[in-house]
Write a protein of this length. Structure first.
Lengths: 312, 332
């Protein structure tokens, strides 16, 4: 299979993104480097939520608690940064995210309750935890962190936020995908039984995948406080958006197929649609409705595709 | 004959106790639930002697009614292995619409438009679940978001008209007859219709059939998409009616009126013995579940639990009870 065939879906997404970028330029001729910067910044939490969701969808599950874990991590980091430096606070937050994800995974493996039910219950548990940590928006962010995602890197039009996102995701995902664990994750997602019979520790693989999901959620939570400068205990609208981006990005609900690059490009496509609507002076509430409809449509499309795949 | 008796007996003897308890719980979930409810009321009386009175009973029932009605939405969809996360938003939409349309066109039009909007959301859910085969959780989450967006846009058009709640809804929501809340005039026929409808109508049995084994039901000639459309439209209607009752009770329409009821409604259905995987559940159990949650709510208030702890607690209840059911029934 040639490169173009193998990555047809991803290349199609890139083309779609470029077309949308062109439309943005048509709607607002002054759209330039600063526009790209704010686009990349706004996409940060969505990209991390989507990366988190993609990992668990690849292992054959789904995590409804991503937005809640992000909220817990955001308030934890914001509270910690009041009393300690940025580096230990970030490290503790990342460890917490990893831990919360592994708790999700362990509960799924141990109770044998389906992923969707466990993570629905954990959605509420983590949401409540965030409220217990911080009852109202508060906390603080180290100055260096906020400026890290502002501005452009070396040349105009290469936003710092994009670099931060790419480095943070690549540093986890690329070594993982080349490791034995990464292979196990794809194997379990493709067929749990076949993976088990080939000697893959299914339970441990699932727990690890959910842990990585939690780790990405922690990064998402950190990006939230970097954006707003404050810890917000109420989960944002990242659940449906991440599922939609994962489906649009070519990861098949049900597991085993797809990567992280497609979903991340899909995040930018969904974000730039919002930018276009905003620039075209559409009412923000109407934008929310249109966005919601697009996301539900994408998920429906994904479900129909999955049915086709099963029946053939 | 004796052979059969022997094997029966042997099976009874070898079946472990927890499996038999599981079967009993599965077959008659209401009995242990009522015992649990009694214990909770006992704890409440122990913590604050004298709290149990006819007035307290009326109040508990009054607040359990909207919860039990919203839990009916969850129970009915769970029978087909679904869930309705848009139910609370639909109730809010219906409450907001009736309060904003009534001053313009009168109460009758208000109720009709409110329920029409509720059924519309239900039909969209039904289309997504039954025709496009999206997972109900994702689908109803999405429609809930879209409906919230629509409500925010709608709110700006009616912000100047003021809000007025029809008198009969206030009577239903806050009035009392002989110490008992008037909401029972709505709830008793509603509960009877659900209980009898599930047991004696073809539609009720179709829900159980689809939830137990969708493939088998389809092979027996059930057109599943029609059932899903009808089910989700009905569930939308129930959520809409709940919204009408709830706005009569709270008397202040807002954009998030019924939203805090979502999580308890799922918890009530799960506690009431409804399997989230489909095919098993009863409305009687769900009603007791709603009463249990209302009493627990009072307990948590007495203990001065913060809001966060309550949310954690409800989440753990859902997880714990589901895990228990899976454990108890996996040996079947």
């Amino acid at each position: 299979m040639s490169f173009a065939q193998k990555h047809a879906w991803t290349l199609g997404l890139v083309a779609l993104f470029l077309v949308l970028l062109g439309i943005t330029k048509l709607v607002q001729p002054t759209f330039g480097a600063s526009g790209l910067e704010s686009l990349a910044r706004a996409a940060l939490p969505f990209a991390f939520a989507t990366a988190a969701m993609a990992v668990v969808v690849i292992v054959g599950g789904i995590d409804l608690s991503v937005a809640s874990i992000m909220a817990v991590c955001a308030v934890t980091a914001a509270v910690l940064m009041e009393s300690m430096g940025a580096v230990p606070a970030v490290l503790i937050t990342l460890a917490m995210g990893l831990g919360m994800g592994m708790i999700n995974g362990a509960l799924i493996v141990l109770t044998k309750v389906p992923d969707i039910v466990v993570t629905l219950a954990m959605l509420f548990v983590w949401e409540g935890t965030a409220l217990l940590i911080l009852n109202a928006p508060g906390g603080t962010v180290a100055d260096g962190l906020q400026s890290a995602i502002a501005g452009s890197f070396l040349v105009d039009g290469l936003p710092n936020a994009l670099i931060v996102m790419a480095v943070a995701i690549a540093i986890v995902w690329i070594p993982l995908k080349r490791s034995k664990l990464g292979l196990s994750i794809y194997a379990v997602g493709s067929s749990e039984l076949a993976a088990f019979r080939s000697g893959v520790a299914v339970g441990r693989t699932k727990i690890a995948a959910y842990g990585i999901c939690g780790l990405f959620c922690a990064m998402g939570g950190l990006s939230l406080i970097m954006l707003t400068g404050i810890g917000e205990p109420v989960p944002g609208p990242y659940l449906l958006a991440s599922v939609a981006a994962v489906v649009l990005g070519g990861v098949v609900l049900g597991g085993g197929i797809g990567g992280l690059l497609g979903p991340i490009i899909a995040v930018f496509i969904l974000r730039i649609i919002r930018t276009i609507l905003t620039l075209a002076a559409v009412d923000p509430n109407v934008t929310t409705i249109i966005e919601g409809t697009i996301m539900v449509g994408v998920v429906m499309f994904g479900a129909v595709l999955m049915m086709r795949r099963r029946s053939t | 004959m004796s052979m059969i008796d022997q094997t029966d007996q042997a099976e009874v003897e070898t079946t472990p106790l927890h499996v038999r308890i599981g079967r009993f719980m599965g077959d008659y979930p209401v009995i242990p639930l009522i015992i649990l409810l009694g214990c909770l009321v006992g704890v409440l009386e122990f913590m604050r002697p004298g709290i149990i009175s006819p007035f307290w009973l009326g109040n508990t029932i009054k607040f359990a009614i909207p919860l039990a009605m919203l839990a009916a939405c969850q129970m009915l969809t769970m029978l087909t292995a679904g869930i309705d996360l848009s139910a609370a938003v639909v109730a809010t939409v219906s409450a907001f619409v009736v309060a904003s349309v009534t001053p313009l066109y009168g109460p009758f039009a208000g109720v009709m438009i409110a329920l029409g909007a509720a059924v519309l959301v239900g039909l969209v859910n039904g289309f997504g679940v039954g025709v496009a085969r999206v997972h109900p959780l994702i689908m109803t989450l999405g429609t809930g978001l879209i409906a919230t967006g629509c409500l925010q846009v709608y709110q700006r058009f009616v912000i100047n008209t003021g809000a007025d709640i029809p008198d009969f809804l206030e009577w239903l929501g806050t009035g009392r007859t002989a110490g008992m809340p008037n909401g029972l005039f709505l709830f008793v026929p509603f509960a009877a219709a659900i209980l009898l409808g599930l047991r004696y109508t073809g539609f009720g049995r179709l829900l159980f059939a689809l939830g137990s084994n969708e493939h088998a039901a389809k092979l027996s000639g059930v057109r599943s998409w029609q059932v899903f459309m009808a089910l989700y439209a009905l569930v939308g209607l129930i959520a809409g009616i709940t919204g009408l009752l709830y706005v009569g009770m709270i008397r202040a329409p807002s954009l998030s009126l019924a939203n805090p009821l979502l999580l308890p409604s799922v918890a009530a259905a799960v506690i009431g013995g409804t399997s989230i995987f489909g095919g098993r559940g009863s409305y009687a159990g769900t009603i007791v579940g709603a009463l249990i949650l209302t009493v627990i709510g009072t307990l948590l208030t007495l203990l001065q639990m913060p809001q966060g702890a309550r949310v954690v607690f409800f989440g753990l209840i859902i997880l714990g009870v589901t895990a228990l059911y899976v454990r108890l029934t996996e040996n079947r």
